[in-house]
Design a protein around this ligand. Structure first.
Ligand SMILES: Nc1ncnc2c1ncn2[C@@H]1O[C@H](COP(=O)(O)OP(=O)(O)OP(=O)(O)O)[C@@H](O)[C@H]1O
Ligand SMILES: [Mg+2]
Length: 150
C-alpha cells in the first residue's frame, strides 16, 4: 500500500473506501486515523471494521467513552480493535491502554485521534503502521490521504 489521496463525496463513499482498504491490511497493523472533529474518522472506521467482516457497519460506533471496542476477526485477522484517543490526556493514560499488547496478536488496531500517539507508542517496523489523514473539504467532501511506510 503506497501513498495515495482521494476525495470522497459522501459518508457512503468513505465507508466504501474503508472496505477497499480493509482488503489490503496484513495483521498485525496499526491504522492511525488523523483529522479534526467531523473529518470522518469514525465513518472510515465503520468501513474498515465491516470490510474486515468483524461487525456490520451500523454496529460500529465511536468508542469515545469506553476508548476501545474489540471485535473478533475473520481469516488471517484474529482481532480488530477500534480505539478513540480523544479523551486521552497523558502518556501515562496511553501506557495504561497497552496498545502494543493489542498489536502483538494478529490484530488490526484502528485508532482515532492518532495525533495523540507519540513516536514511542508507534510500532518501529514500518510495515506495521498506516497513517490516514482526513480533512473536511466541504459539507460532504472529505480528502483522505493514505500513507504507508512500506
Ligand atoms: N465524504 C464524507 N465522508 C465521511 N463523512 C462525511 C462525508 N460527508 C459528510 N460526512 C459527515 O461528516 C460526519 C463525520 O463524522 P465522523 O463521526 O465520522 O467524524 P470523526 O472524525 O470520527 O469525528 P470525531 O472527531 O467527533 O470523532 C458525519 O456526520 C458524516 O455523515
Ligand atoms: Mg469519531
Amino acid at each position: 500500500m503506497d501513498a495515495r489521496s482521494i476525495v470522497t463525496q459522501s459518508p457512503e463513499e468513505t465507508i466504501a473506501l474503508g472496505h477497499e482498504l480493509a482488503r489490503e491490511l496484513t495483521p498485525p497493523v496499526l491504522v492511525l486515523l488523523l483529522g479534526e472533529l467531523g473529518a470522518g474518522k469514525t465513518t472510515l472506521a465503520k468501513g474498515l471494521v465491516a470490510g474486515l467482516s468483524a461487525a456490520p457497519e451500523e454496529e460500529v460506533t465511536s468508542p469515545t467513552f469506553t476508548m476501545i471496542h474489540e471485535y473478533a476477526g475473520r481469516h488471517n485477522v484474529a482481532r480488530v480493535y477500534h480505539v478513540d484517543l480523544y479523551r486521552v490526556e497523558s502518556a501515562r493514560e496511553l501506557e495504561t491502554l497497552g496498545l502494543e499488547d493489542l498489536l502483538a496478536e494478529r490484530a488490526v488496531v484502528i485508532v482515532e485521534w492518532g495525533e495523540k500517539l507519540g513516536p514511542a507508542f508507534r510500532p518501529s517496523a514500518p510495515d506495521r503502521l498506516i497513517e490516514i489523514h482526513l480533512k473536511t473539504v466541504s459539507e460532504n467532501e472529505r480528502s483522505i490521504e493514505i500513507r504507508a511506510a512500506k
